[in-house]
Write a protein that binds this ligand. Structure first.
Ligand SMILES: Cc1cc2nc3c(=O)[nH]c(=O)nc-3n(C[C@H](O)[C@H](O)[C@H](O)COP(=O)(O)OP(=O)(O)OC[C@H]3O[C@@H](n4cnc5c(N)ncnc54)[C@H](O)[C@@H]3O)c2cc1C
Length: 394
């Protein structure tokens, strides 16, 4: 009978393996990984650079000490984002896998786990091609975000079968899809403020580079905003989404009054045409879009534009509202909102409150953080806690 079986060889599973085997317990630790290689998602994080934590996280110091202890030298970039010095995510995967193997951990790849059953002495783990028994089990199979990297939601099925509740799941840290077709603006990037409205009221805001794409908007600030799109339990998707819209403020440095003044003054420039009112204010294609949305003819003289149309244009510049029809979906999402209810887990050890010997770590739990290293920090922190706790109770 195996001592500790870890389901999932991703960020939290690998770190848990190192933490458990590093206790010097001499107990057997096995990682079962679905994919041909462990850490597939980890290797893709931060665009292949791995933003492994953030200085703003309360547990960042411990995380950095851990990574230093396995040979990862780090650097801190803007906004407290910490990366491996050479900006290579693959180095983090390598260090974790090598350290785990060095401590005697077995990592079995291409072993998708099908189910976990509670038995008298511990657990029975059924995987494709076999089954095994273990005293303790850690479900570290990730969430549903980025299923192409291996995490397709299998862990939730296992957790539910063992009596746990899973709160409503949603793809977050992803783009926002608009009902209005703005695909002709694809490729445009602007520095702007974006805010989310629910039932006409502002609920969240972010600032940064907004990217226009085929289906709507993306960019880090938009991805962070996607965390605030929340549907009620049982609410139909289309109905829930219809309550949301995203607004772009193209002039975050000016208030509405200053924007109106700016347009008025520019309108007074001799020979200025309607279409040039926004010259150098926004990129060309957006210029045309906003001018036409304000009902202004591009060729008309700017002096002849009515105050009412100038008013509409200034409002569009400060709050161009686009109703939402969805978010970027699981494939493009970087994280899962919702998960195994935190109320059912001892957060100091990550052990289940219902099933002794069962642990959870990483994205599977009901936690999601913004871009910037917060989600990997969650994986490290919960994985280390679970690994250490399991090693003590083995
Ligand atoms: C493209 C992308 C970039 C990201 N960049 C960052 C970043 O820079 N910084 C940051 O903080 N966060 C980032 N994230 C989020 C972060 O990667 C995740 O939150 C984190 O990896 C979660 O760790 P985890 O161990 O819970 O899950 P994962 O890392 O997803 O690992 C789960 C593992 O379990 C395996 N598995 C699943 N089902 C089974 C099964 N049935 N049997 C066996 N194995 C199974 C999977 O194959 C996978 O290897 C990014 C996410 C994506 C998608």
């Amino acid at each position: 009978m195996l001592d500790f079986c870890i389901i999932g060889g991703g960020a939290s599973g690998l770190v848990a393996a190192v933490a458990a085997a590093g206790q010097g317990s001499g107990k057997s630790v096995l990682v079962l990984e679905k994919k041909p290689l462990p850490g597939k998602k980890l290797a893709a994080t931060g665009n292949g650079k791995c933003n492994l934590t953030n200085r703003a996280c309360p547990g960042a110091k411990e995380t950095l000490a851990f990574f230093a202890s396995i040979g990862i030298f780090t650097r801190t970039e803007e906004q407290g984002r910490v990366y491996p010095y050479a900006m290579q995510a693959k180095d983090v995967v390598y260090a974790l896998v090598e350290r785990a193997k060095g401590l005697g951990v077995e990592i079995r790849t291409e072993c998708p786990v099908r189910q976990v059953k509670k038995i008298e002495e511990g657990f029975q783990v059924d995987y494709e091609g076999g089954c095994l028994k273990a005293h303790s089990v850690l479900i570290a199979a990730g969430g549903k975000a980025g299923p192409q990297f291996g995490s397709a939601g299998d862990g939730y099925v296992m957790a539910k079968a063992l009596g746990h509740h899973v709160t409503r799941l949603a793809p977050v840290l992803t783009g926002l899809e608009t009902t209005v077709d703005i695909s002709h603006l694809k490729g445009i990037r602007v520095k702007a403020r974006v805010f989310l409205k629910k039932d006409g009221r502002q609920t969240a805001e972010e600032q940064g580079e907004v990217q226009f794409n085929q289906d709507g908007l993306s960019g880090i600030c938009v991805m962070n905003l996607s965390r605030s799109v929340k549907l009620k339990p049982g609410e139909a998707f289309a109905e829930g989404m219809a309550r949301y819209s995203v607004c772009v403020d193209f002039l975050p440095d000016l208030d509405l009054y200053q924007t109106k003044r700016m347009l008025m003054e520019r309108g007074g420039i001799p020979g200025m045409k309607g279409e040039d009112l926004l010259l150098s204010v926004v990129p060309d294609k957006l210029k045309q879009e906003l001018i036409s949305a304000a009902g202004i003819s591009p060729r008309q003289g700017a002096r002849d534009i009515s105050p009412a149309k100038q008013e509409v244009l200034s409002h569009l510049l400060k709050s161009w509202e686009l109703p939402l029809k969805g978010t970027g979906g699981w494939k493009k999402a970087q994280c899962t909102a919702g998960g195994v209810s935190l109320e059912e887990i001892h957060m100091d050890t990550m052990e289940s409150k219902f099933v002794p010997g069962l642990y959870f770590a990483g994205e599977i739990i009901d936690y999601d953080g913004p871009c910037g290293g917060f989600n990997l920090q969650n994986a490290w922190e919960t994985g280390i806690k679970a690994g250490k706790a399991a090693a003590h109770v083995l």
